[in-house]
Design a protein around this ligand. Sequence first.
Ligand SMILES: Nc1ncnc2c1ncn2[C@@H]1O[C@H](COP(=O)(O)OP(=O)(O)OP(=O)(O)O)[C@@H](O)[C@H]1O
Length: 247
Amino acid sequence: MLAIDVRGLTKRYGGRAVVDHVDLQLARGRICGFLGPNGSGKTTTIRMLCGLLKADEGHGTCLGLDIASGGAEIKRQVGYMTQKFGLYEDLSIRENLDFVARLFELPERRKAVDRALAELDLVERQQQLAGTLSGGWKQRLALAACLLHEPQLLLLDEPTAGVDPKARRDFWDQIHRLAAEGITVLVSTHYMDEAERCHELCYIAYGKVLARGTAAEIVAEAGARDLEDAFIRLVGRAQDNFKALPS
Ligand SMILES: Nc1ncnc2c1ncn2[C@@H]1O[C@H](COP(=O)(O)OP(=O)(O)OP(=O)(O)O)[C@@H](O)[C@H]1O
């Protein structure tokens, strides 16, 4: 069964389609990298998938739930990590997790917090204030908070932006561990080394999907020497197509 299955997803602002008929299918347990230039529509797509934003056009399901009507249930089953650290800097790691567990009204709150602390190697730092953590540890805490309600699908919006290489590698080890447990992951990133670590990729620009497939498939199809070169060529071609349109 597909964890994500949407077709023709479209969002317009001021008459401009910022997400333009996007099709996205993702099997359970897979890690899909979501790439594209700044402002290409990644965050907007992710927000439509998790029921936070209504699509103007298109239809589909997320974890088998209709994205148009199942928003509340989707939010309960999906872990969404936003670009900005959204936890309380003046609360400790444990207090932050306990707070999120209350928001989700988890029945066994303490157990859920203990599990998340252990899973993300946060036990020793649990009393540390979130505001005193480095970027890498903050992201780790944010991921722990995402996992408290045991979601089946993770939607991660640039989770490692501005994080050092070692912390990024640790974060990706966690992502692979979770996928091996059957959790599906859609993760946006601007880092090519992270893209290489995904099972498959979706490349979007100007709101449109320009390429789908494994890194090797995308490189071969674009006739490029590596992934970065492939994406530069894809955007170049898309720009040429725009210019060729009648004004
Ligand atoms: N609420 C809004 N009102 C008007 N325009 C918006 C709104 N939200 C997003 N946009 C526009 O939609 C486009 C896509 O934005 P989005 O944040 O989805 O891109 P992105 O691919 O996530 O970019 P980045 O990589 O910089 O995070 C941008 O041009 C943005 O300015």
